[in-house]
Design a protein. Structure first.
Length: 262
């Protein structure tokens, strides 16, 4: 569940990317790596937040989102969450602390003259989707959310992973909860999508994957049902990496949502 800092290979480690890299400072003094790709007079700005990168790829997969979003007139900013890639950190807290990284990115974008009166929202994948919802719930910041395959709670995530490993939940779940209390803090359960979704008062698109083997596919629908309008839901007939396996439909759904609500 919790690992030491992950040093990921960057498949696009070009001089161009080095020139646009900027380190952001969080409210708890972490240095977060980011890459800002603006367009002239953007329709809106999206912060791209990846999930647990050992699942099905590396940071480079997020650059694929910048391409179709840029073509459609949207600026983007990719961040490495703490304990991933080039950002500070030695532990992954599954959303308990990562919302501070997204907040730092939002504040930075909001401070730029070209983004005055522009909406700034989140496109999160897996853990990044949950972090997007938690960020909005905790800080109130963010004008829209696209959340692909989020998990609803730690209990749901732990239960599902135990079932996939064919381990008895009644035996191992209490152990995981005790570990989480010490590693994540005694109020870690607060920082979940299901607890924060009622504080999300902006347009949200929630995506699930019918063949998901990483998180429970029902979690996205549970979150959607508790969300307030305006909200949209799409279930892709694909594994957990919806964009990887169904890119054209993913792009279509995202751009239609943005066109309608941003």
């Amino acid at each position: 569940m919790l690992v030491l800092h992950l040093n990921l290979k960057n498949q696009k480690n070009s001089e161009d990317l080095k020139s646009i890299k900027k380190y952001l400072k969080t409210s708890d003094n972490f240095k977060i790596a980011s890459w800002y790709m603006p367009v002239k007079n953007p329709k809106a700005v999206l912060i791209l937040i990846d999930g647990y990168k050992s699942i099905d790829g590396e940071r480079a997969r997020m650059f694929a989102h910048t391409e179709y979003l840029k073509s459609a007139g949207y600026s983007t900013l990719i961040i490495d969450l703490r304990s991933f890639g080039e950002s500070d950190g030695k532990k992954i807290s599954l959303g308990v602390n990562e919302w501070r990284d997204v907040e730092a990115a939002y504040d930075y974008l909001k401070s730029l003259p070209e983004n005055i009166n522009k909406k700034i929202g989140f496109l999160g994948i897996s853990m990044g989707a949950t972090v997007s919802i938690v960020t909005k719930g905790v800080t109130g910041k963010g004008d829209f959310i696209i959340a692909s395959t989020p998990y609803s709670s730690f209990k749901s995530l732990f239960d599902f992973r135990l079932s996939k490993m064919r381990l008895p939940s009644f035996l191992f779940l209490p152990i995981l909860r005790i570990v989480a209390l010490f590693e994540l803090g005694f109020n870690y359960g607060k920082y979940t999508a299901i607890n924060m979704i009622n504080k999300v008062n902006v347009p949200i698109l929630i995506i699930s994957a019918k063949q998901d083997k990483i998180v429970n596919l029902n979690d996205a629908k549970i979150i959607y049902d508790k969300a307030t309008n305006p909200k949209e839901y799409w279930q892709s007939n694909s594994p957990h990496g919806v964009f990887t396996h169904n890119p054209q439909e993913f792009k279509k759904r995202v751009l239609e949502f943005l066109s309608k609500h941003v």
